[in-house]
Design a protein around this ligand. Structure first.
Ligand code: HEM
Length: 433
């Protein structure tokens, strides 16, 4: 099909969709998605002058994103990068890997039976039944986080004090990384995946010349490999109940995982497990700070907490999109898609689709059903979704036990990011119980 037959988005709207700053502004972007769902729900985006990237389809309706997520034979993860990337990023990954668009091979870059085999290795570990064994550990981490928060006084930045460090600490703990190594792990993931917001990416990688970036990333990969090779050896000699032990001792078709695949597993968990839950945790706190009555209500009746957690995950939609590649000529929302086309499933747009969610911009903890797409759906649905909910529930139980009231003490700011987004500051005034 000729490109000109495609319902191509105007330059300004196309720029808005790929500009990290739009995700910091939020409401104007939601207005744009409302318009697109009505007028051009499967829209073709060509690169503009400001951002060079391969062209792609933007999918904004809930039903279309849901159908694509569940049809893993037609919409593949492997052929092209699964996270929207500029052309220079894609070329960089290809140069680093010798041709693959994925800097790291992991669960999110596998398709079909291989994906299932790898996923099965840890799926049990992340199920609610097994997670009960780490509840006490998580509660200890939550208690320490709230102790530190309250020691800061009445005015705090909730992101810096709690919602950023807490999920990182949990995920590192379940991976068997000791606390003193956490800053190093954080730096390595930032060097590898280069967050788009300068305030959040402390690695300084974006300001370096290209050769220095190549060296830094190659160094980060080597550093990761060395770190986890040591951890793997330890867990093979003395397995504990942590997820690192499960990965270190995993066997596929009678063979232990090779180093590259094992590293991919560790890296995807380290990377997927913190910023995401940080964003939904900060969002839940923002919603409660904006509605003091809700805080008092849930403090008195903890059965309301489950609804708050789930709605915070929809309302924030921390993972803002994933990309897929069409395995064959197909159709999405009545639009012809050609084999090899790249498509963006926009979860922010899908989770604000008024055809499924009444008054979608409202935080409504009583929303039922709340079948949001923040965790995706189908074969790649978030592996850590039960852990994310558990972490949030335990943290808020601890906060509700120890804090009487919460209010906003300034304007919260969102991160500039097309991929994992959310608040980067949340100034609060707290009254301890
Ligand atoms: C995949 C969201 C927390 C590990 C995903 C996907 C989304 C997502 C949208 C892709 C789904 C798809 O393609 O259909 C979130 C959100 C979280 C969260 C919103 C927090 C609120 C976590 C945590 C972990 C985790 C805590 C683990 C420690 C993973 C992994 C995958 C994944 C390993 C890849 C699964 C696969 O490809 O089979 N997540 N996630 N996530 N997530 Fe999460």
């Amino acid at each position: 099909m000729a490109t000109m037959d495609r319902p191509t988005l105007d330059r300004e709207t196309a720029r808005e969709v790929v500009d990290p700053a739009s995700y910091a502004a939020w409401d104007p972007l939601l207005d744009t998605f409302d318009r697109l769902r009505e007028e051009n729900p499967v829209a073709w985006i060509e690169p503009g002058e400001e951002y060079a990237h391969p062209p792609f389809w933007l999918v904004t309706r809930y039903d279309d994103v849901m159908r694509m997520s569940k049809d893993n034979a037609t919409f593949l993860n492997n052929p092209h990068t699964v996270v929207f990337s500029l052309t220079e990023g894609i070329e960089f990954a290809k140069a680093m890997t010798g041709g693959s668009e994925h800097l790291v091979a992991s669960l999110v870059t596998f398709d079909g039976p291989i994906h299932m085999k790898y996923r099965k290795l840890t799926q049990e570990w992340f199920m609610p039944k097994n997670l009960r064994s780490v509840e006490d550990e998580i509660r200890e981490i939550a208690t320490a986080a709230v102790d530190r928060l309250l020691a800061e006084g009445e005015e705090v930045d909730f992101v810096k004090a709690v919602s950023a460090p807490y999920p990182l600490h949990v995920v590192m703990q379940i991976m068997g990384v000791p606390e003193e190594d956490e800053p190093r792990m954080l730096m390595l993931t930032q060097q590898l995946f280069g967050g788009q917001d300068d305030d959040l990416n402390q690695s300084g990688i974006k300001n370096l010349p290209p050769e220095a970036i190549t060296q830094l990333v190659a160094g980060a990969v080597a550093d990761f490999e060395a770190y986890f090779a040591k951890l793997t050896a330890e867990r093979r000699a003395n397995p504990t109940g942590d997820v690192a032990s499960t990965i270190a001792n995993a066997v596929i078709d009678g063979e232990p995982l090779n180093d590259r695949d094992m590293m991919g597993y560790y890296i995807i968990l380290a990377a997927a497990g913190h910023d995401t839950t940080s964003a939904s945790t900060a969002g839940a706190m923002l919603a409660l700070a904006q509605d003091p009555e809700q805080w008092a209500k849930v403090k008195a009746d903890r059965s309301l907490l489950g609804g708050i957690v789930e709605e915070a995950i929809r309302w924030t939609t921390p993972v803002q999109h994933f990309m897929r590649t069409a395995a064959e000529d197909t159709e999405v929302g009545g639009q012809q898609i050609a084999k090899g086309d790249w498509l963006m499933m926009n979860y922010v747009a899908a989770n604000h689709d008024p055809a499924v969610f009444d008054n979608p911009r409202k935080f409504d903890a009583a929303r039922s059903p709340n079948r949001h797409l923040a965790f995706g759906a189908g074969a790649h649905q978030c592996l850590g979704l039960h852990l994310a909910r558990l972490e949030m529930r335990i943290l808020f139980e601890t906060l509700l036990d120890r804090i009487d009231s919460v209010e906003l003490a300034g304007e919260p700011k969102r991160a500039k990011s097309t991929f994992v987004g959310g608040l980067k500051t949340l100034p609060l005034r707290l009254k301890a119980s």
